[in-house]
Design a binder for this molecule. Structure first.
Ligand code: EPU
Length: 405
């Protein structure tokens, strides 16, 4: 598997916290990384790609405090630049971050956190402006668990003055990985990967640059696992950490797949028919990942019986099911968070458009098992998170080609 998008991106944004260049290895060559590179270069960060997947980021000079609108609107992760900018420039302006169309995606929690750390915040004509003389530590409780919220306030707290305690923090494995990298550079972060994170701020003293090796992408590994179980047969997935996917793997077994795992590999095979699952509920890590909900729904269209899928993290992440119904699925929408899937139903080729990275990938899986030739549009969304997905699926026997747009 490739390096994780949601790991490498955070390392890129953290470059502003360092007084010397940082090196990011095993970087996935995906569109969100390229847009992040453009966003960082626009404010003055020197980004150089040496060999293959190794990027060097030198944030010695930051020349602007306005984040480029088109890039912020293309990617939610851009919000991770705000805290480090505030520390470096004392002020930052930006529009509401865009990205995947999967729900409202407000930034109220981030703003609340920066406000508690001493930032003055205004919103006028769609532009947020934050400024501060000095950011100070605070005791902050997340009202709901937020991955980038946790990462963002953790990064901001590292150079703030005094102690910050983050309560009800997110638990995704990318968070302790980021904390370890920051600590190696001189930060003092305890408890990352638990619900309470304590950061002793350095009062502006920057970190010393080091090397970040991106961890394997658990969502990509999970996507291939769901693909294998949906199509049937056997697939070996290397360079992954099955421990990060235990709830997904349990769900696959419950549906009739066989799973074998080692330290950094897994084999997914499915010879018998798929079975429905009573209820599949997405949850924050370590629960069933919302990012694998759409691919799993495609699998459930092929399972015998009725399954209930309950998306608890995002309120707009089931909109794609209408397109699966056009392909022949029998999915009933109960409300914006719940669908009932009756299977198995054969799928038929259709023309569909990717609404976001993960539903786009789900359409690719659906098209791979559908009868006939499907056309998937807006594959930019898929390329944001999956590197060369067409070539890699072709190598697995899927009849897939990229059309020139
Ligand atoms: N939320 C708020 N207010 C905020 C922030 C979040 O209400 O200020 C809500 C969200 O609307 C959502 C819930 O909190 O209902 C949890 O969202 P979270 O903040 O955890 O999501 P995120 O940090 O924006 C990251 C990943 C997503 C992944 C989610 C959940 C990155 C760049 N993005 O998003 O990844 O789905 O965590 O695990 O790390 C993807 O890779 O395709 C993707 C969407």
């Amino acid at each position: 598997m490739m390096g994780a998008k949601n790991d490498a991106l955070k390392a890129f944004y953290s470059s502003l916290l360092f007084s010397s260049p940082i090196t990011v290895k095993n970087t996935p060559l995906i569109e969100d990384i390229f847009r992040t590179q453009e966003l960082l270069e626009d404010i003055g960060v020197k980004v150089t790609k040496s060999s293959g997947r190794v990027f060097k980021l030198d944030a010695g000079t930051i020349k602007k405090s306005f984040l480029k609108k088109s890039l912020v609107e293309s990617m939610r992760a851009s919000i991770l630049l705000v805290g480090p900018m505030l520390l470096r420039k004392k002020n930052v302006s930006f529009v509401h971050p865009g990205g995947c169309v999967i729900g409202k995606r407000p930034i109220d929690i981030f703003l609340d956190g920066w406000g508690k750390m001493g930032a003055k915040i205004t919103l006028s004509r769609g532009i947020y402006r934050l400024h501060t003389a000095l950011l100070h530590g605070c005791d902050f409780t997340f009202p709901i668990v937020s991955m980038t919220g946790t990462e963002s306030l953790m990064m901001t707290a590292v150079l703030a003055k005094g102690r910050t305690i983050l309560r009800n923090a997110a638990l995704e494995p990318e968070i302790p990985h980021l904390a370890k990298f920051l600590n190696e550079g001189g930060a003092t972060i305890y408890g990352a990967g638990t619900p309470t994170i304590t950061i002793e701020g350095s009062a502006g003293r920057p970190l010393k640059g080091g090397i970040f090796t991106t961890m394997p992408d658990r969502i990509e590994a999970g996507s291939f696992a769901v693909f294998a179980a949906t199509r049937g047969g056997k697939l070996t997935i290397k360079n992954c950490n099955p421990e990060h996917l235990s709830v997904l793997l349990k769900a696959l077994e419950d549906c009739g797949a066989q799973i074998k795992t080692g330290k950094n590999w897994m084999i997914v095979s499915r010879l018998a028919k798929l079975r429905a699952i009573d209820i599949l509920k997405t949850r924050e890590y370590p629960g069933f990942p919302t990012d694998l909900q759409a691919p799993f729904v495609v699998l459930l269209t092929q399972a015998e019986g009725t399954s209930l899928v309950f998306e608890t993290v995002f309120e707009g992440r089931l909109n794609y099911v209408e397109d699966l119904n056009r392909m022949g699925a029998h999915i009933t929408t109960c409300d914006s968070h719940r669908v009932l899937i009756n299977g198995p139903t054969p799928l038929f080729a259709r023309r569909v458009e990717s609404p976001d990275i993960r539903a786009g990938l789900a359409f690719v899986i659906a098209a791979a098992i559908a009868d006939g030739e499907s056309l998937i549009e807006n594959v930019y969304q898929i390329d944001r998170g999956y590197e060369r997905i067409d070539k890699r699926l072709k190598a697995l026997g899927v009849d897939i080609r990229r059309e020139n747009s």
